[in-house]
Design a protein around this ligand. Sequence first.
Ligand code: ACO
Length: 377
Amino acid sequence: MPHDFMPGLAGVPAAKSAISDVDGTRGILEYRGIRVEELCAKSTFLETSYLLLFGRLPNSSELARWTQDITHHRRIKFRIVDLLKCLPEHGHPMDALQAAVAALGMFYPGRNVKDAENNYWSAVRLIAKLPTIVAAWARLRHGDEYIPPRDDLGFSDNFLYMLTETVPHPLWTEIFDDCLILHAEHTMNASTFAGMVTASTLADPYTVVASAIGALKGPLHGGANEEVVAMLKEIGSAGNAERYVNGKLDQKQKLMGFGHRVYKVKDPRATVLQELCVRLFNVCGTSPLYEVAVAVEQLSAERLQDKGIYPNVDFYSGIIYDKMDIDVDLFTPLFAMARVSGWLAHWLEQLRENKLYRPDQIYAGEHNRPYVPMERR
Ligand code: ACO
C-alpha cells in the first residue's frame, strides 16, 4: 500500500507511550501526567527519574532505595578512567561520553534484556555513572585528577563537586537539579527515537544509550545549547542585538535556541529556565549573556512569532551553566546526563511489546542499468 512520504517523519506516530506528553499549542509538558513546572517546584531529579522509569512517584522507602542504589553505583572502574585518559584532550566531551558508555557495556552483564532484574541494575548504573564520566572527562582533559563521587552528597551537588572539587552553594544545587528535571524527557525526539531503533534490535542498554548520545550531539538537537552561548557572546551586548537578529533573519538564517518541531508557542522549559536565571542572578549577580538573550527574544518576536518560532529549551539553559562556570562544550553532556532517564524509560516501555523498527523507503533511483566495464567509464 503506498504511503505519503513525510520528511523527518514529521507527525508520524512511531510508538504508543505513557511516559510524557507535549501540547505544542498550549505550551504544556507533562511527565507521567504531571506538569514539569510542578516537578521543578516540588520534586528532585532522582525522584523524577523514578517517576519516568516506573510510571508513578515513589513512596518514601522506594525513593530511599532508589537513591541508595544510584548513590552506590556512581563510581566508575579505573579502566574507564584509563580509557578517558587515552582519548585526545581536544576531542568533544560528547564523543568521550559516547565512547565511555559503549565501553561500560563491556563490563556489565546486561545482555539479556528480557531479565527485569538485570534491566533495573543497568538503568541504575547508567543514570548513576553518566555524571561521573562527564566530570571525570572534564578534569582529565585539562590534566587534573579524576575526583571520585562522595556518598554523602546528593545527585546534583555530587556532580558539581566532582567537577570543581567544591561542594556547591545550595541554590546552585537546587537550580542545577531543576535543569536536569527539565531535560529528563521529551516524547519522541531524535535521540529517543535513535535509542529506540537500536533497542528494537534487543541490543543491550549501554549500546542503546550510546546511540542516543550520538543523535543528541548534533546542533539541530542537544548541541544547540552550545551554539546559543556562542551566538550571545558574538552579539556581545543588548545594543548589538537588533543588527544581529535582522542580519540573520534577512539572510534566512536560523537563530539558535529558537523553534521547535512541536511547540508553536514558547517552550515551557524555556519559561522555567528563564525564571531560574533570574533566581540565580539575584544571588550571584547578573550575566551579560542574559541581557543579550532577553533583547534577542524581544526583537525576534516581531519577526518570528507569526511562524510560531519562540525560544526553546536550549535558549536559557546555557546561560545558567555559563554562570556556574561550566565549560560550554559540557552543556550537551549535561543534557545527556538528564535525558538518559527518558531514554531508559522508553527502552523499558518498548521492551514490553517490542517490534523491530524497519521502516520503508520510496525508491527514487534507476533500474536495470548495465554494468559498464572499467575501460569504458
Ligand atoms: N530561527 C529562524 N527561523 C526559524 C528557526 C530559527 N531558529 N527555526 C525555524 N525557522 C523557520 C524556518 O526558516 C522555516 O521558515 P520558512 O517556512 O519561511 O522557510 C520555518 O521556520 C520552518 O522551519 P523548519 O526548520 O522547517 O522547521 P522544523 O520543525 O524542521 O525545525 C528545528 C525545528 C530543527 C528545531 C528548527 O527550529 C531549528 O533548526 N532551530 C534552531 C536549532 C535549535 O535551536 N535546535 C534545538 C531544538 S530543541 C532540542 O532539540 C532540545
